[in-house]
Ligand binder design. Structure first.
Ligand code: PMP
Length: 316
């Protein structure tokens, strides 16, 4: 779908996957005016396909578009476009238990602009790719390292929206961490340098005495849809969940740490290294709390238990 600045998106069309044409002076290429989303479609045992909370992605894109001076498709347009794209690609949705179809909506300033300004024209597109289960052979906890020099987000910046530049900002720290054998980087707030923020592409939770805590959303953390869902699932399972400032020192005392995101779903954290000191959690798998939450969420997403929250949208 395309639209002019200040305009609204008209109905789009399905096209074969392939290269797209952009002016060298497109806003997205020169000034990073771009946002994306990520969600998954799962195949049920009866062959139908389930989307997980697509309206939430649409709302997050709307909020991001406002921050990035872009028009955005309406929630209804977004959901309809996601459904149409998935249905057109339904043969690529893996069989039950064998993975999912990852859906990548992308909104960008595609019009040409030379001086710094919002682009005059915008393109919204969606592409999809089948992905395997995050854990291919049993659960492998992730090992994080806390980054002290480089930050992914600053107060007043764009860390709270899913803009492409946030991901460029993490490449250096993430590559360095991976080269040293870590799975990913855990960021601290850049003002006090002592409160947990998030990982490069997932949110973080800390469990102590069955109380689950996660950093509050304050503009520098992406409001993850999995995060929000896990908070609701945990409360519905009787857990106390606190959204607050979580100090790095609390990691020393934690019983369990886990991450949430569309890609990782719920992943146990096996260790966190902070200033050269490594703190380990669990015995090579999920802790009791993250195991319970993982089981409920994945069953819901795959249509294996009743969807009392009305989170899934079924396609056939
Ligand atoms: N934080 C960041 C920076 C992310 O890129 C993601 C992935 N979208 C998340 C958190 C988790 O968000 P969600 O649960 O919506 O995938």
């Amino acid at each position: 779908m395309k639209c002019a600045r200040g305009g609204s998106f008209s109905k789009g069309e399905l096209q074969r996957f392939g290269n797209i044409e952009l002016s060298p002076s497109a806003g997205v290429l020169n000034y990073g005016q771009g946002l994306f989303e990520g969600l998954k479609a799962y195949r049920k045992k009866d062959g139908n396909i389930l989307l997980f909370r697509p309206q939430e992605n649409a709302l997050r894109l709307n909020i991001g578009a406002e921050r990035m001076c872009m028009p955005s498709p309406t929630v209804a347009q977004f959901v309809e476009a996601v459904k149409a794209t998935v249905l057109a690609n339904k043969r690529w949705v893996p069989p039950p238990g064998k993975g999912s179809l990852y859906i990548r909506p992308l909104l960008m300033g595609s019009g040409a602009v030379l001086g710094l300004a919002p682009a005059p024209e915008y393109t919204f597109l969606i592409y999809v790719s089948p992905v395997g289960n995050y854990f291919k052979e049993g659960v492998t906890p992730i090992n994080l390292v806390i980054e002290h020099e480089l930050h992914r987000a600053t107060p007043g910046g764009t860390g709270g929206v899913k803009t492409i530049g946030n991901y460029a900002a993490v490449l250096k720290a993430q590559s360095a961490a991976k080269a040293k054998g870590y799975s990913d980087v855990l960021y601290l707030d850049c003002v006090h340098k002592k409160y947990l923020e998030e990982v490069s592409s997932c949110n973080i939770f800390v469990v102590k005495d069955n109380v689950i805590s996660t950093p509050a959303i304050q503009g520098t953390i992406l409001p993850g849809i999995t995060r929000k869902s896990i908070i609701d699932v945990a409360r519905s399972q009787g857990f106390q969940v606190e959204e607050r400032l979580v100090a790095v020192d609390e990691l020393l005392e934690a019983d369990e740490v886990f991450c949430t995101g569309t890609a990782v779903v719920v992943s146990p954290v096996g260790s966190i290294t902070h200033k050269g000191r490594r703190v380990s959690y669990g015995e090579g798998g999920f802790g009791a709390v993250s195991q319970q939450l993982y089981t409920v969420l994945t069953r819901l997403q795959m249509g294996l238990i009743e969807d009392k929250m009305n989170w899934t949208a079924e396609l056939n």
